[in-house]
Ligand binder design. Structure first.
Ligand SMILES: Cc1cc2nc3c(=O)[nH]c(=O)nc-3n(C[C@H](O)[C@H](O)[C@H](O)COP(=O)(O)OP(=O)(O)OC[C@H]3O[C@@H](n4cnc5c(N)ncnc54)[C@H](O)[C@@H]3O)c2cc1C
Length: 399
């Protein structure tokens, strides 16, 4: 079976590729000034976001005034695929562009949109997402960070954890408990908190591969004063916002997983012959068999992704997204582990020359392997995805 796109979609692809050729940041620019966390905006990233916004290529499905061109979902698919193939990040603040800005556009006041959402879209400010806490991750509704309304301001006390990019973000989209007496899903609100407000302490968490370049953080709030006008949407309506926020890019999340798998496969197939030659015959056969299994995984992931995507485009809901999230993140982990085993000590090379030469998605196998653990946890762990599959796909009773 050969899948092809309509002529109009191919024309859209060509238009984007032509624009990209003239406007993309260069590998040298990106390598000389890399993003240090997921809310760090190097100079090239600010300029790149602004160019995409002005040309309507930032979020093609949005209207022109928000940096888009009213493109349909299939065009968006093609756009994301080409951008990823070119090894260019759409943004160095994925939580800001993917979740925070669209949530403010959906629920925020005109002033909040002007002050907080639009600067993200123009590449001027970066945001972090304050949801998870030590006692509230998968069970987000258990969060206990308190925001108490006191006249014209809230006073915030509590702690967040695993906050990507909080060490560089200029503001936080912060989920707080505003009514402790209400059932736990009903007493949550969101406030916008400038990260330089007195009483905020950010403690970066060292990571195993690059302890000197942390992205995840603990964030402590002690009597932090937040203007009442920074409440986003209605008081105690935060749960609806949590679901709305996370749904924003869910429809396309599978594509990143698929492209990462396919890109890894290309790298692995290029490196494998030499590594296989070094193995004794019996081990070679087993390793070759594992390579084929990984290849099948990458093809299966694309087919599964298209199936869920087609359902979404036809207007249906697609619980397949949960299947894709669990499958592609775990398949990526299996592939990276097999590659690391096959390459032996060469998989430990953390040098970045090759990464830069081959684009941002390619790093050493060992680094990639460690990185895959985050993918199986963030945005809903594999176990949570399996619960969704059990209930919504298989129709099993709630656990
Ligand atoms: C790379 C990365 C980036 C992140 N960025 C952010 C961010 O920017 N902002 C933010 O707020 N958070 C962020 N997080 C946090 C992330 O959302 C949480 O780690 C995730 O929701 C899991 O919560 P937890 O770590 O508290 O684990 P827990 O919820 O405590 O889970 C522990 C274990 O129990 C399992 N488990 C939990 N509940 C169930 C259940 N009902 N059934 C079966 N098994 C279950 C889980 O799968 C897991 O294996 C990030 C995490 C990672 C890894």
């Amino acid at each position: 079976m050969k899948l092809t796109f309509d002529d109009s979609v191919e024309a859209f692809r060509r238009e984007f590729l032509d624009w990209l050729a003239d406007n993309r940041p260069t590998d040298a620019e990106m390598a000389a000034d890399p993003a240090l966390s997921s809310a760090h905006l190097p100079a090239w990233a600010k300029a790149w976001t602004r160019r995409m916004f002005d040309a309507g290529w930032l979020v093609p499905s949005w209207p022109k005034e928000l940096g888009g061109r009213d493109a349909g979902p299939v065009e968006t698919l093609v756009y994301l695929e080409e951008l990823t193939k070119a090894h260019i990040p759409r943004t160095t603040n994925p939580q800001g562009l993917g979740i925070v800005a669209p949530s403010i556009l959906d629920y925020g006041s005109p002033e909040q949109i002007e002050r907080y959402a639009m600067p993200i879209l123009r590449g001027e400010r970066a945001a972090c997402l304050g949801m998870s806490e030590p006692g509230a991750g998968s069970d987000l509704a258990a969060l206990s960070t308190r925001a108490v309304l006191d006249g014209d301001h809230f006073v915030v006390n509590g702690q967040k954890v695993w906050t990507s990019g909080a060490n560089y973000a200029e503001f936080c989209f912060l989920f707080c408990r505003t009514d402790p007496s209400a059932p736990k899903h009903k007493g949550i609100s969101v406030v916008l908190v400038d990260m330089d407000t007195p009483g905020i302490t950010v403690r970066p968490l060292p990571e195993i591969v690059h302890p000197d370049k942390p992205d995840l953080n603990e964030v402590f709030f002690t009597d932090v004063v937040v203007p009442a006008e920074n409440l986003v949407g209605q008081m105690n309506n935060g749960w609806a916002m949590a679901n709305g926020s996370l749904a924003h890019e869910r429809g396309m999340v599978w594509l990143n997983g698929v492209l990462m798998l396919e890109e890894s496969m290309v790298k692995l197939l290029a490196e494998a012959p030499e590594a296989l030659d070094r193995l004794p015959a019996q081990e070679r056969a087993v390793a070759a068999d594992q390579l084929v299994t990984s290849y099948i995984d990458s093809v299966a992931a694309r087919c599964l992704g298209y199936r869920g995507f087609a359902k979404l485009v036809r207007g249906g809901s697609a619980p397949e997204q949960a299947l894709m999230k669990a499958f592609s993140s775990e398949a990526g982990q299996r592939m990276a582990m097999r590659a690391a085993e096959l390459m032996g000590d060469r998989s430990l090379d953390l040098g970045h020359d090759q990464a830069v030469a081959m684009g941002m998605g390619i790093t050493s196998w060992m680094e990639r392997y460690f990185g895959t653990f985050g993918g199986t946890i963030s945005a809903g762990s594999s176990e949570i995805q399996r619960n969704i599959i059990a209930e919504k796909v298989l129709g099993l009773p709630r656990s």
